[in-house]
Design a protein around this ligand. Sequence first.
Ligand code: GRF
Length: 207
Amino acid sequence: MQLTKKIGVFASGEGSNLQAIIDAEIRGELTGKVSVVVSDNPDAYALKRAKDSGIKDVVLDSKKFISRDEYDQALLKILNEENIDLVVLAGFMRILSRIMVTAYAGRIMNIHPSLLPSFPGKEGIKKALEHGVKITGCTVHFVDEELDNGPIIIQEAIPIFQEDTEETLRERVQAAEHRNYPRAIDLFCRDLLKVEGRRCFIYGPEE
Ligand code: GRF
């Protein structure tokens, strides 16, 4: 019998993806368990969402650390204390160091609001709209040492309409994020993902 995987979510802001993950867990659609939420921002709304759901929340204020490595050592300490199996980045506005990425190789996921490798970095929705592409979307991927670069787990395409503004497009992209992130996490927790080179294969009854 597979033990329930423990999930640590890192979030800096609103935490709508965190909420979607918590809601999926409550509905019984997530095999894993969100055990800790860590934020670099003491004012992150994500922290309130964690508290409201009875999940341990920790603030690691970046201003109190002298280097990225020192910060990530503190992150690793929390993950080890909580026996975390999977790290989920949900709007975490920091780039992880090699220390963190190596320690959790193949066990860190991120969600990005575009169809990677298009429009990496900040403001993926704005960049897609301004570039004039007709289709954008969201990408769940494993994290490696390069920004928004690791093996892609799932993507969902979202059409861009002529009347779209950044706000209307954001609404649809985020709705897609909230559908896809819990699903990707559940696949990981059920050991249904296998990475070979850059490709991530999904082995499950629904594939
Ligand atoms: C999401 O759009 C995600 O793609 C990006 O940051 C945003 C976080 O939103 N990485 P939220 O904090 O989950 O609401």
